[in-house]
Each structure stands twice: as C-alpha cells, then as structure tokens.
Design a protein around this ligand. Structure first.
Ligand code: UDP
Length: 406
C-alpha cells in the first residue's frame, strides 16, 4: 500500500505538506462516497486509490456501492448515453424503475457521512432521502455534459439542485444550475500497479503472453468496450494505416458491472477485426492492472478515440508513461492534450489514421509529445492534486463564506 510520503519524490514535499495541513483540519470527519460499481471504469479506479490515503490523514473515508438489477442498469446506461448526447428513450416506466431502485437501496446504503459525496447519475436520487441539515452533500459528475438530451437532463437537474454543490471534471460541462459548481479534474495514481514503473522483463512477459511482437510498432487503445470509445473506428483507422505501414493494433478492455452494453460492442469489435492476425482484441478481467500498465509501456503510441469522454483516465495513464497519445478532442481530453505539444487531438477516423502515420514516421516528434505530456500530468493530474482539491471542497462546504487559512 502507498503512503503519502511516497509521493514526495514525485510531486515535491511541499505538496504533501499542504495535503497534511488541510487533512488535519478535517481529521475525524466521515467522508462517504457512494457510486454504482466497485470495479471497472474510472470512478472505481480513483476511489480504490484515494480511500486509503484519506484514511492516512485521519479522515474516515467510506465507500458504498448501490445495487440494482439488470433493468435498473439498462435504464441508467440509457441515461448515461442520453446525457452524453446520444438519442436514448427515457420513459415514465424508466423513471419509476430509477426511483424505486433508489428507495430499495436504503436497506443497505445509509447516508451517514459528515460529507456525502455521490458519484454520477445512478445514485443521484438518494439526495431525496438524506437529511440535508445533518450531512453536507455534493454531487460528483464524471461524465461528458457538453450536450445532454434535454428531458434526461431536466430529470436529473431536479435532484442535482438539492445538493450543496456539483463537481465537474472540465469547464465545458458547467450547466445553468441553482447551486455552486466546482471544477475538479480527476487524477491517476503514479504508484498504483496500473502506473508504477515496471521492469522490462514484465513488459516482455505480458507481450509474449498475448502474442505481441515487440520488434514491430504496437498501437493500443485500452477501454471498456463501449460505443462512445469508438473501438470500431479505431480498427478502421488502423486498417487505413496498415495499407502503408506495418503495425499491430491492441484493443484491450473489460466491462463494468454497471455497463450492460459491453458484450454487444465486443462482438462488433471482434467481427470488424476478424481475419487480421495483427489485431489483438483482449478481454481483460478486473484487476488486470499490471497487464494494462505493461501494454501501455510496450506501445509505440496510445489511442483514445472517444466520441464522448468525461475525462479519460486512460489518456493520463498513457501520458504519464511518456507515450505519444492520439485522442478524440472531446470532453476532458483537451484538458490533458494540447494539440501537437502534449499529444494529438483528432476529430475523425481519417484524422486518426493520418496522425498514426505521422507519428510512426517521426519518432522524435512523437517522443517529445510523450515527454511533454508526462510533465503536464505531473503538474495537474496526479492523485495528490486531486486529494488537495477534495479537501478544499469539503472545507469550503463546512465553512461557507469563511476564508480557509492553513
Ligand atoms: N480500465 C481497466 N480495465 C479495462 C479497461 C479500463 O482497468 O479493461 C481502466 C483504465 O485503465 C482507466 C479506467 O479503467 O483507469 C477507465 O477510465 P476512463 O476515464 O478512461 O473511462 P471510463 O471507463 O470511466 O469511461
């Protein structure tokens, strides 16, 4: 397990001192996180790493997961897609399922934290049953809100406005709301198995296990199998490149327990990739952190061709490994990539193919992008910055209107 002091050599001891000073102001408080999946996806990734570090500060950090049946997660996936701007029906029946599942969850998720931090739309309606005079409640949004479907947004907004504050990952997601909106981008943990340095032998072993040839270029996208990550678009871009340049493509990912569409997308990906021995579609079980780390490190470049993206932790993970990244110019990705400085922003399949070729042909330029990206992540998107921002958020909720002096 990592400790706060372990991060001093990465971000500088001053930043750790600030975290300790802020943490001391909140020692003994209970911070209760509530989300809808314990594994898979970015939220679970962050909470797994952050909870023990908050505990080290003397804060009682708790993490509860709501439960739901297949029907509930089909409804919330449709909501998720609709909030990402994808036309999705949202019927009165769906709304009823949503409300009833929230109520049913009260049997095992009792809001009891001094701060109740509710993540994403699935558990948002819990606010109705929380005594808001006793608990400071903030809603944490991890999704891309640039163009939500109006009826779903309106449904959600009625709940969101009962919170004290809403926290978004990127400025583009701010919406007209009657409560405070706070910008806090997510982060990665440089000491997690997913991101820590790996001996070359481990990278070799993982590549050998999956049949990858390290002597030829490897282009990788790590993502849940989700339409919004556009894995089929990735294969099409690869095919355009492959006519001119030799390379291998890796599409690696698993599912999340709150995402029922994964299998369908995986089937489409497999059929698009069929017959090409240089396309590796890898379905990874939960906990494949070392494998993901090794695949990212073995890659010549990383793609994240998302059509919508809350933040895109996979981008930060790749940049931290100093890899050149080509990613969709959507959601939180432009916070991480300045085009042609710390990576490449692409807007289409053709654009992605063009830049893959460019980077394969100009390796020095490609490695400069990776180096710049790593420093950008160090300064802005590591877990230490994220913890500091959360501590400030909680202090500001508790001290409304009063300056916070360390
Ligand atoms: N991830 C994983 N296994 C997989 C696919 C993804 O552990 O099979 C991780 C990935 O490395 C990243 C997170 O899940 O840390 C995905 O976060 P991101 O913000 O990129 O996308 P989300 O899935 O939340 O939409």
């Amino acid at each position: 397990m990592s400790h706060l002091e372990d991060y001093a050599s990465i971000v500088g001891p001053e930043r750790i001192d600030v975290i300790r000073a802020l943490g001391a102001r909140l020692a003994g408080r209970v911070i209760q996180n509530i989300n809808s999946t314990a594994v898979g996806g970015g939220v679970a990734e962050i909470l797994t790493r952050m909870t023990p570090l908050l505990k080290e500060l003397g804060i009682e950090a708790r993490w509860d997961v709501i439960r739901g049946n297949e029907r509930f997660f089909a409804v919330t996936k449709a909501m998720h897609n609709g909030l990402h701007g994808v036309p999705s029906p949202f019927t009165e029946d769906d709304r009823q399922v949503f409300r009833e599942t929230t109520k049913a969850n009260l049997d095992h998720v009792q809001p009891w934290g001094d701060f109740v931090f509710i993540h994403d739309p699935q558990p948002v309606a819990l606010i109705e049953v929380i005594d808001r005079a006793k608990h400071f409640c903030a809603w944490r949004c991890h999704i891309d809100f640039t163009d939500p479907q109006p009826d779903i947004w309106q449904f959600l907004k009625n709940y969101i406005e009962s919170y004290r504050a809403a926290v978004f990952s990127a400025p583009a997601f701010a919406r007209p709301l009657g409560i405070r909106q706070i910008l806090i981008p997510p982060s990665i943990d440089p000491l997690a198995d997913k991101n820590k340095d790996l001996p070359n032998e481990v990278v070799d072993e993982v590549c050998a296990r999956f049949g990858l040839d390290r002597c030829r270029p490897i282009i990788t996208q790590i993502s849940r199998f989700d339409y919004l990550k556009d894995p089929v678009g990735v294969i099409r871009a690869y095919k355009m490149v492959k006519r001119h340049l030799d390379c291998q493509l890796v599409l690696a990912g698993g599912g999340a327990t709150d995402d029922p569409e994964g299998q369908k997308v995986l089937d489409e990906v497999r059929s698009e990739a069929a017959g090409d021995p240089d396309v590796f579609v890898l379905f990874l079980p939960p906990g494949s952190d070392i494998e993901i780390n090794a695949l990212q490190r073995a890659s010549t470049m990383i793609l994240q061709k998302s059509l919508k993206e809350g933040f895109g932790l996979t981008v930060a993970e790749a940049l931290w490994k100093a890899k050149p990244v080509i990613a969709g110019a959507v959601g939180g990705i432009p916070l991480q990539i300045t085009h042609k400085f710390s990576g490449i922003l692409a807007h289409s399949i053709e654009g992605t193919a063009f830049w893959i070729k460019q980077l394969l042909n100009t390796p020095r330029f490609a490695s400069r992008l990776g180096r710049n990206g790593r420093e950008h992540v160090r300064a802005n998107f590591l877990i230490t910055r994220h913890i500091r921002d959360y501590l400030l958020l909680f202090l500001s909720l508790e001290n409304k209107g009063n300056p916070i002096v360390l």
